[in-house]
Ligand binder design. Structure first.
Ligand code: MOS
Length: 737
């Protein structure tokens, strides 16, 4: 039976639930010192004085670093790249300027965490304060055009403005989303250790060990060969651990100066300013359509905040480029406003999860304006050609997502009139949305070793951020080699392993997975070669296409000849057989087809008409993510993604004090995320098929796709239940009353 397609449970599950998995801050190190970060309480200005004397003389304190004595760092490289991904370009403890609240201003290193924490409270700081700039509708008026970051900032196909102006039906609305934070259970942590020979080993909470190594090499001026980065397990990444943040750089340099290992772990409150977050957006959508609902023009514009020293763009309008066809044209653009904030970053389903709220809410408004059913409206505007690039989609099962999802949900029983469906005193609302998600193609390397005992080892510099990578890589290798999955061991998360890409963009299965498949293919081919031409070759004279692999052995078709891998290696005097996989795909933009993942999602809400309280009662998601390698871990991804979307729709919001420029709710007590009681049974369908353009494995990106369009489906359901259109996330009780 093929190992691919099996609903195998996570191989690291037992290790995790028994506490056996060592996370970054758990790495036991004799002689480790503890660092605590002291941060600014103002958001704009400079430090006039930092009095560290009392802290330096406190028990156990080794050194207090400030901008006066922290070694200098090299500037972060330009342009920004996934190959050397800095979280922010403003580097810690290099000068006296303050650009955001919560910016590091000192690092206290002591023998124990308690000593460092106590000494941190003894530092006295005097500031020169300037009024901070906070993001909101007022500052959005000062939006500027940023330089290009990941994609072109603006796009235009046809003449959207003309098409919209001439259209029989027009929708023009502004939609806003809130600042949000990742809130991983595991706080960011770094343990930095320098060897006598000048090699830095960094145990790091990262989704990108090789990017961390490259960035540190540049900023700290150390050759990459002298840096090892290790990350075996992550307690949540969600994009927040994709790039390198200031605490990592400070820990590495402090360890060098002190010649002792340094361990730093952010406090929960520091998770809201020492590392990135998802920026708020103000999005304007204009749709022009015929009376039949056929789109003529789409215009989608987004404004988001970025710090004074960086130009991070949240590409919320990206989705409008390729989701639906519009006969007259599609235009998009993005602007930024410079504020006193640390640099935003990718947060699970960056760009798309925000943009779809606006676009798919506007589509629902168009459905009501034209009287066309929301599912029928999307079927009508579906397209086999990517409107943006003009290329055909490699695979696009949008119609299947829409029809299969609607059938499972029972959409045909919905009565379209708002407030027309009830259950006792509760208003029932049903809403839906479609989604498109970027597919990334990145190079990746892996190594597969067949051992003399018939087992195999997979090694790749990839990560498991909790998504099941150890498990699915085992399946891919087992499938290719014809081994039982439990005969395959997977090693990840160390830059001493073959170089791979970041565990971001829902790209791991398609790209790192392909490298494992190629390595396993090469190992299998070498084994077949030995069976045909090696010592006492059992299949001598046969053709390689007649050799089959299954159950840990090679067999010759049409005969009863076979040999186990173990015996084959023994016969040839080999202790191991090693093969490399080097996956080097063309960049997505260069390929002949446009590759994206797709979905259609359906939400039912119950709204208390007196309290305005919205509860999700049912959810169906239909996903086209190509071939599904493991239906169990894939379903887990979808559950996680939908829950993210419920948080975005109904709960999550990082509140800023506009006077002080500080995030206010810097704890789980003030930042609400969904709990089990908020989530009903989730119904998940996979309708995609093997996509050879996307990956030799046939898989497209899945994880983040599942967090997209949950919010508009819920917002549309809320409108259907109540007749109230909420265009500002999250949909809190205050907005319902
Ligand atoms: Mo994801 S936000 O690309 O880790």
């Amino acid at each position: 039976m093929s190992a691919i397609g099996q609903p195998i449970s996570r191989v690291d599950g037992r290790l995790k639930v028994t506490g056996g998995a060592l996370y970054t801050a758990d790495i036991p190190l004799a002689d480790a010192t503890h660092a605590v970060i002291v941060h600014s309480t103002i958001a704009n200005g400079r430090t006039v004085s930092i009095d560290t004397e009392v802290a330096e003389n406190a028990p156990g304190v080794l050194t207090v670093f400030t901008h006066r004595n922290m070694p200098r760092m090299n500037p972060t490289p330009k342009p920004w790249s996934h190959l050397h991904p800095h979280g922010q370009s403003y580097l810690p403890l290099q000068d006296d300027k303050i650009h955001y609240a919560g910016q590091p201003i000192a690092l206290v290193v002591a023998e124990t965490l308690d000593q460092a924490t106590h000494a941190g409270t003894l530092i006295r700081v005097e500031y020169e304060v300037e009024r901070p700039v906070a993001f909101g509708p007022q500052t959005a008026k000062e939006a500027v055009d940023p330089p290009q970051f990941l994609w072109p900032v603006a796009s235009s196909v046809g003449d959207a403005d003309k098409a919209i102006a001439a259209a029989a039906v027009r929708i023009e609305q502004t939609y806003t989303t809130s600042d949000r934070h990742h809130n991983q259970m595991e706080p960011h942590a770094t343990v930095a250790v320098w060897d006598a020979d000048g090699t830095l080993t960094l145990y790091e909470t990262t989704q990108h060990i090789f990017g961390t190594r490259e960035l540190l090499s540049i900023v700290l001026g150390i050759p990459p060969a002298k840096i090892n980065v290790v990350s075996h397990f992550l307690g949540g990444g969600f994009g927040g651990k994709a790039y390198v943040w200031p605490h990592t750089l400070m820990a590495a340099l402090a360890a060098k100066v002190l010649n002792r290992p340094v361990r730093v772990q952010l406090t929960r409150a520091q998770m809201y300013s020492m590392v990135g977050h998802q920026p708020a957006t103000i999005q304007t959508i204009a749709l022009g359509a015929g009376e039949d609902g056929k789109l003529a023009g789409i215009r989608h514009q987004s404004i988001s905040p970025t710090p004074v020293f960086d130009n991070y763009i949240e590409y919320a309008a990206l989705c409008a480029r390729s989701l639906w066809a519009a006969s007259g044209g599609i235009s998009t653009n993005h602007k930024v406003v410079h504020v006193n904030r640390n640099t935003p970053t990718a947060m699970r389903s960056p760009h798309e999860a925000l943009g779809h709220f606006a676009l798919e809410s506007a589509m629902d408004e168009l459905a009501y304006a034209t009287g066309v059913d929301p599912v029928a409206l999307r079927l009508l505007n579906d397209t086999e050609i990517d409107p943006h690039s003009g290329r055909p989609f490699s695979t696009r099962a949008m119609r299947k997502c829409l029809t299969a999802g609607a059938a499972r949900f029972g959409w045909e029983r919905r009565t379209p009139e708002p407030r027309s469906m009830h259950d006792g005193r509760y208003l029932i609302g049903q809403g839906m949305a479609g989604a498109i998600y970027t597919h990334w193609r990145w190079p990746a390397k892996a190594r597969v070793t067949l051992n003399r005992d018939g087992s195999a080892l997979v090694e790749a510099g990839m990560h498991d951020l909790g998504t099941g990578t150890y498990t699915v890589m085992q399946q891919v290798a087992a499938d290719t080699l014809g081994l039982a999955p439990d005969k395959v061991t997977v090693r990840l998360g160390d830059t001493r392993l073959p170089a791979s890409h970041a565990a971001i963009g829902s790209a791991t299965m398609a790209n790192a997975g392909a490298s494992v498949m190629l390595a396993a293919n090469a190992a299998r081919d070498r084994a077949i070669e030995l069976a045909l031409t090696g010592r006492d070759a059992p299949f001598a004279g046969a053709g390689r296409e007649d050799v089959l692999v299954a159950d840990g052995m090679l067999a010759l078709a049409g005969t009863n000849l076979n040999i186990t891998y173990a015996e084959l290696l023994a016969r040839n005097g080999l202790s191991t057989l090693v093969a490399d996989g080097d996956y080097d795909p063309v960049e997505e933009a260069q390929g002949p087809k446009a590759v994206f993942s797709f979905s259609a999602v359906f939400a039912e809400v119950r709204v208390d008409p007196d309290l305005g309280l919205v509860r999700l009662s049912r959810f169906v998601g239909a996903y086209d993510a190509g071939r599904i390698i493991n239906p169990k871990t894939a379903r887990s991804q979808a559950i996680g993604g939908i829950i993210w979307g419920v948080g975005q729709a109904l709960l999550e919001q990082s509140e800023t004090d506009p006077m002080m420029g500080r995030f206010l709710n810097r704890n789980y007590s003030g930042y609400l995320v969904p709990t089990n009681a908020d989530i009903p049974e989730l119904d998940i369908l996979f309708v995609g098929e093997f996509d050879e353009e996307a990956s030799p494995l046939g898989a497209k990106g899945l994880g983040e796709l599942t967090a997209v369009s949950v919010a508009p489906a819920i917002a549309n359901a809320v409108y259907h239940a109540t007749g109230k259109r909420v265009r500002d996330l999250p949909i809190t009780v205050e907005k319902m009353l």
